[in-house]
Design a protein around this ligand. Structure first.
Ligand code: TYM
Length: 327
């Protein structure tokens, strides 16, 4: 039976990149036969913590978001990473077979340094904890966005190092990217990858003035509407492509490309984007409001998820302990 596993950090509110790259494919995957584990990576979020209250609120926010988007807790195990402390022990076992060079090559670490973030040891060893998350559940498939592919490959490497030294303990996991390429790396308001840490993210449940303001920030240029343009040169079109049906998208692209009197101005495209986004998330936004009113139910779901997840991780951890001589 296939085991699916993925995680999302509770650092800031889930944004469009998280949704198209991960959350949406997680919910869809639960319809496939298999065992499904989805967790809120609160240990990882400590690498950029804004304090205990914010962390607790963000954990709840991610849980509520998953449930509002339709994750069925009967089909998938939804839990908090820190409710399975075995992963920190596994991370140590993996750290002891992993060379510094592997971590030094991590794109996401180098990216954070380039954005001026002062690294802690935790940030540097982040991929080891992530490998432990993946390997602790004998995961077969890890549905993620493109930015996490290297981390999953590192988990494959670490499984290989450990198995090479101590025998077949860990399963080799594989990545699964969204089938539609534009969902694999969603752009942010500035055209770079959308990311919580780059200040270019749009919260999926943004609405009203907040949504209009966020869309208003998408940069445009001074070319007039009548001027024919390559739709690929208009960032707004990339955002519209996330939400519109193919026929409608093709029509807007044609009008932008042809220019002339029938071509839309940037303001017009922004209005369409606001309406499309608002409509897309309206049902989930309503469910979110209901879930926020019942925090005890969300706690119960997380506790049940943790119990099941921990049983699986404890068995795998015991296997690893024995293999390396700790038992
Ligand atoms: P995180 O919290 O940064 O992102 C969660 C998921 O969202 C995807 N994603 C994107 N997809 C497309 N376009 C974007 N702009 C975009 N931004 C984010 C990410 O690829 C990810 O799938 N290290 C992980 C959390 C983690 C994890 C794990 C994931 C911890 N342990 C084990 C899988 C398995 C992270 O920081 O994701």
């Amino acid at each position: 039976m296939t085991t699916f596993l993925s995680g999302i950090q509770p650092s800031g509110r889930p944004h469009l990149g998280n949704y198209f790259g991960a959350l949406r494919q997680h919910v869809a995957a639960t319809l496939e036969p298999g065992t499904h584990f989805y967790f809120i990576a609160d240990y990882h979020a400590l690498t950029t913590s804004e304090g205990p209250e914010t962390l607790r609120e963000s954990v709840r926010d991610v849980a509520v978001t998953y449930l509002a988007l339709g994750l069925d807790p009967e089909r998938a195990c939804l839990f908090r990473q820190s409710d399975v402390p075995e992963v920190t022990e596994l991370a140590w076992l993996l750290a002891c077979v992993t060379g510094m060079g592997l971590l030094e090559r991590a794109h996401s670490y180098k990216d954070k340094l380039a954005h001026g973030i002062k690294p802690s040891v935790g940030l540097f060893t982040y991929p080891i904890l992530m490998a432990a998350d993946i390997l602790a559940y004998d995961s077969d498939l890890v549905p993620v966005g493109k930015d996490q592919v290297q981390h999953v490959e590192m988990a494959q490497d670490m499984a290989g190092y450990f198995n090479g030294k101590y025998g077949e303990v860990f399963h080799r996991p594989e990545c699964r990217l969204p089938a539609v390429e534009r969902f694999q790396k969603v752009p942010g308001l500035d055209g770079q990858k959308m990311s919580k840490s780059y200040g270019n993210a749009v919260w999926i449940f943004e609405s009203g003035k907040g949504l209009a303001k966020a869309v208003g920030r998408i940069p445009t240029d001074s070319r007039p509407p009548e001027e024919p343009k390559d739709p690929a040169s208009v960032l707004l079109m990339d955002f519209l492509a996330l939400f519109l049906e193919p026929e409608e998208l093709a029509d807007w692209q044609r009008r932008v490309r042809e220019g002339g009197a029938g071509a839309p101005g940037y303001g017009h495209l922004k209005q369409r984007l606001v309406a499309a986004m608002d409509e897309h998330f309206a049902p989930a936004r309503a469910r979110r409001d209901e879930l926020l009113a019942d925090p005890a139910e969300v706690d119960r779901i997380l506790a049940r998820g943790a119990e099941k997840a921990r049983a699986r991780a404890a068995a795998v951890t015991e296997r690893a302990r024995r293999a390396c001589g700790l038992r």
